[in-house]
Design a protein around this ligand. Structure first.
Ligand SMILES: Nc1ncnc2c1ncn2[C@@H]1O[C@H](COP(=O)(O)OP(=O)(O)O)[C@@H](O)[C@H]1O
Ligand SMILES: [Mg+2]
Length: 239
């Protein structure tokens, strides 16, 4: 889904702006300091609830104003708004109704920033790639967010149990639960990567004879020794 319109009020140096957006491509040009990055930052704030370049909300609000407001409309006709005031309070609404989770915003406004640290995808640790991958799966597979949250919760609880040096029998149900969730996550990631690769190959073929492949590898059991994560976790306990 793309945005068709963005209205900005008191965001950084932009006091008021109303911009009609093309659903496919928009090119923003302007003098240094005119607010190009601020415009992108406003879009990102609306999509995610936070900024990609500032931690403090005050810096986002125009220095003569008490609050900033963003409003957008997408191709599906949804109206999304976000207001942030200088006490730190944020109010986001979708079609006039309060929006309580960031994932609701993210669903309506899929947004990926290619910032100067984009090369981290290649040269930083696996968590950066995992984050990008999960962002993609989240937008394709709408049940993914629940699955991912359940996985994190189970992992946390299993880690807490591990600190108490459990017996194998005590640990077994947690290995089982974690493994079930991990396999579902893995399956969703594999599906997404296949779709991604298809689009990627199509984009590459438009560039000519460039051969470049992406491959997804799940994190556990690189040697393919185990039938499941559960078997792998059980075996690790024995060690
Ligand atoms: N809270 C704020 N209130 C008013 N102006 C701001 C605020 N924060 C930043 N600015 C100014 O807004 C301008 C916007 O910069 P930026 O968006 O980075 O421009 P560009 O990307 O076009 O070079 C800068 O000159 C900056 O000093
Ligand atoms: Mg800039």
């Amino acid at each position: 889904m793309s945005l068709t319109e963005l209205r900005i009020s008191n965001f950084r140096n932009i006091q008021t702006a109303q911009i009609a957006l093309h659903p496919k491509l928009n090119i923003i040009e302007g003098l240094n300091g005119s607010g190009k990055t601020s415009f992108l930052e406003a879009l990102y704030l609306l999509a995610t609830g936070h900024s990609f370049r500032a931690r403090e909300h005050q810096t986002l609000i125009h220095f003569e104003a008490a609050a900033l407001t963003l409003f957008a409309q997408n191709t599906g006709g949804d109206r999304i708004s976000l207001q942030k005031d200088n006490t730190g309070h944020t109010l986001a609404k979708i079609n006039q109704e309060a929006c309580l989770t960031r994932s609701q915003l993210a669903h309506l406004t899929p947004c990926q920033v290619f910032y100067q640290d984009i090369f981290a995808i290649i040269d930083a640790g696996p968590q950066v790639r995992r984050h990008m991958l999960d962002w993609g799966v989240f937008h394709v597979e709408h049940t993914y967010v629940t699955l991912w949250r359940d996985y994190r919760r189970t992992l946390k609880q299993r880690n807490a149990l591990l600190k108490q040096q459990p017996t194998k029998t005590q640990l077994k149900p947690w290995n089982h639960a974690l493994s079930e969730l991990a396999h579902d996550i893995d399956k969703a990631r594999v599906n997404f990567c296949n779709m991604w690769d298809e689009a990627w190959q199509e984009a590459l073929s438009a560039l000519g004879a460039v051969h470049c492949h992406m491959e997804y590898q799940r994190g556990w059991d690189k040697k393919n020794e185990y039938a499941s994560l559960e078997a792998c976790l059980d075996a690790n306990y024995a060690r």
